[in-house]
Design a protein around this ligand. Sequence first.
Ligand SMILES: [Zn+2]
Length: 113
Amino acid sequence: MKLGITEYIDCAHFLPGHEKCGRLHGHTYKVEIVIEGDPKKGMIIDFADLKKQTREALAEYDHRNWNDVLEYPSVENICELLSRRLKERLTFPFVLRVWEGAGKWAETSSASV
Ligand SMILES: [Zn+2]
């Protein structure tokens, strides 16, 4: 069975050398995590625990500049970085989708990082 949560972080970034995105600007990043597991006593994991573990991983980057931690902070690279951080905390296989504003996203999974 699958279980999912959505969190949000606000971050600045710029893409070096990019015509439009080369200037410093910000986005609200929507972060969707879907885990997969077998319910035990009716639950895969308590939502509160999943949110706590996820927020711990995201807190490092909220209200920060991605360029301080990534050479080229495209949504693809941000998604990979967050997936690695989440994998350190979550014991379930997961799919991570990171939205850069509305209508644009990248997706990866714990199996591919
Ligand atoms: Zn941007």
